[in-house]
Write a protein that binds this ligand. Structure first.
Ligand SMILES: N[C@@H](CCC(=O)N[C@@H](CS)C(=O)NCC(=O)O)C(=O)O
Length: 236
């Protein structure tokens, strides 16, 4: 049986990571037998990030590589009959969500002093005090350094809000008002976008990105539609 290793629940989310949620939705959609397990410390994962998937002796680390593996396993079940143009749009939107908006969401959780106590309890609660706060502060420094290296961390909060708004504008404009990206049933690229947006809309309490995303009603309705259709929700 396939095993998907994800982060433990946190912030009112049973699957708190957008990448893990995408992989879970895809496994359910493909009708494959799978079980889920959790790992509190992503540093112990094969590539230091979650999710990874185990299939017998094979370990696949990275949600996109999991998609590729499942595509081969199901002989084309993941990308189905997508045209090259549809796949190109799907990949471009995924990069927007996973390699840009994702970092703003991460910063809104980790680097906002008001939200920070939720990180300490949500991600580090399993570590005894006072090691917990030392470990959490160390990880926060790394998140800040990564955000700076990515480039977004060099901007003012107001400028970061502007980047988030333009990402959300683009996502909402690219999505259909009914149905899904490429047809009447959701597919892998819907899982990518809905997996990302579920964490933004439903993490408890909301972050500053949640606040601005709430104005994007069509994007929120789409996120609900995908989760409902597949029967997998990020929230508890
Ligand atoms: N490209 C990876 C990204 C996975 C990722 O960033 N996972 C986060 C959780 S949402 C993680 O494990 N972060 C831990 C870290 O970077 O130390 C994928 O698609 O699987």
């Amino acid at each position: 049986m396939l095993e998907l290793v994800t982060l433990p629940p946190a912030f009112g989310m049973r699957n708190v990571s957008p990448f893990c949620l995408k992989a879970e939705m895809l496994l359910k959609d493909l009708g494959l037998e799978y079980e889920m397990s959790t790992l509190g410390d992503p540093r112990k994962a094969p590539k230091g990030k979650l999710p990874y998937m185990i299939d017998g002796d094979t370990v696949i680390a990275d949600s996109e590589l999991i998609c590729e593996y499942l595509e081969a396993l199901t002989q084309g079940g993941v990308y189905r009959n997508l045209t090259p143009e549809q796949k190109a749009r799907g990949v471009a939107l995924s990069r927007l969500a996973e390699d840009h908006l994702y970092w703003i969401m991460v910063a809104s959780r980790w680097l906002d002093d008001e939200w920070w106590p939720n990180i300490v309890t949500g991600f580090f609660g399993f570590i005894p005090w006072p090691i917990r706060i030392i470990a959490a502060r160390g990880a926060r420094k790394q998140v800040q350094a990564t955000y700076n290296l990515q480039g977004l961390g060099r901007h003012t909060l107001e400028e970061q809000r502007g980047f988030a708004l333009r990402d959300l504008d683009a996502l909402q404009a690219a999505l259909p008002e009914t149905g899904f990206l490429f047809g009447e049933s959701p597919g892998v690229f819907d899982f990518t976008i809905a997996g990302m947006m579920a964490g933004i809309y439903d993490n408890q309490p909301g972050t500053w990105v949640t606040e601005i995303a709430r104005d994007y009603k069509a994007l929120q309705a789409y996120t609900e539609r995908v989760q409902e259709s597949i029967g997998v929700y990020g929230r508890c």
